[in-house]
Design a protein around this ligand. Structure first.
Ligand code: DGL
Length: 288
């Protein structure tokens, strides 16, 4: 399904100039990915866009997540990005394929949009010994079945069980992730997953928000179970992509800075994002 109202944009002048790498998430979660990308690739310029006014995406329908994500990608293209990373599993699960296959050929055939699911799945092979893997993610990501489908394509011998954790993103967005109340919901979903398959030896944190809960999550998983937190794998995969695609790399502007955009209040975003990134952040508010 292509959202026909997005006509081919006139990017001609921008097409000639390098631009920042766009990093998009429904809220703050993508900051965990951005941090790792900037550690791995500090030389480039970035724009982070959080759709905080409409977060969470995890419980929304396919059509809405697709529409919101396409709006964000289009805006980042207008700002000169040639490459946009969907640093959100829900958007990657529900919108990436449609945008890549149906929209990009019409609106910006030379530009690229990448997600976080493929790099995560590619790394699972070297982590699991039992070949039993668990997925903790939003309702949207679990229902999309994107992880089981990708795993099945790449590593058909790996068995995967999934549990949706609808309370985790609200706990994080409301900065309750270090508080006692969070323990109840952290324990609940982990035990549900391990009950489904006690042979699981690797758990994918399939939502970019979840690394913020890592201290609590570690409290409730057995010692032999590994946690796959996506940031470093996505960052490594992006570095590799840029080596394999010099035509895109040439269009990524250098400079090392990052500008932060939010669809919510800029002050609110800056205050919360500073907690997530432990950095001083100045943000600008935009409408999509
Ligand atoms: N960061 C999103 C993801 O990785 C989840 C947050 C949301 O539900 O909007 O799936």
């Amino acid at each position: 399904m292509c959202l026909a109202f997005y006509k081919k944009m006139n990017y001609t002048s921008f097409d000639l100039l390098p631009g920042p790498i766009g990093v998009f998430d429904s809220g703050y979660g993508g900051l965990t990915i951005l941090e790792k990308i900037r550690e791995q690739l500090p030389q480039y310029e970035y724009i982070y866009l959080g759709d905080n006014a409409r977060t969470p995406y995890g419980s929304r329908s396919f059509e809405i997540v697709y529409e919101f994500t396409l709006q964000a990608v289009t805006r980042l293209f207008e700002m000169g990005c040639h490459l946009v990373i969907l640093a959100c599993n829900t958007a990657s699960a529900k919108a990436l394929r449609s945008i890549q296959q149906l929209d990009l050929p019409h609106i910006a055939p030379e530009r690229r949009v990448l997600g976080v699911i493929r790099p995560t799945v590619e790394s699972i092979d070297m982590l699991t010994k039992s070949r039993h893997v668990g997925l903790l993610a939003t309702i949207g990501t679990v229902r999309s079945e994107s992880y089981p489908m990708e795993i099945n394509k790449l590593f058909p011998d790996i068995k995967i069980e999934s549990v949706a954790c609808p309370m985790w993103v609200p706990l994080i967005e409301n900065k309750e992730f270090d508080n006692e109340g969070a323990d109840y919901f952290v324990k609940k979903y982990i035990y549900q997953l391990l009950d489904k398959d006690p042979e699981i030896d690797t758990i994918i944190l399939g939502c970019t928000h979840y690394p913020l809960l890592i201290n609590k999550i570690k409290k409730y998983i057995p010692q032999n179970v590994k946690l796959l937190s996506q940031g470093e794998y996505v960052a490594r995969s992006l570095a590799d992509y840029l080596v394999r695609h010099p035509e895109i790399e040439r269009k990524c502007r250098r400079g090392g800075i990052c500008n932060y955009l939010t669809t919510e209040s800029a002050e609110r975003f800056a205050e919360s994002a500073s907690v997530f990134l432990k950095d001083n952040i100045h943000a600008r508010s935009i409408q999509l």
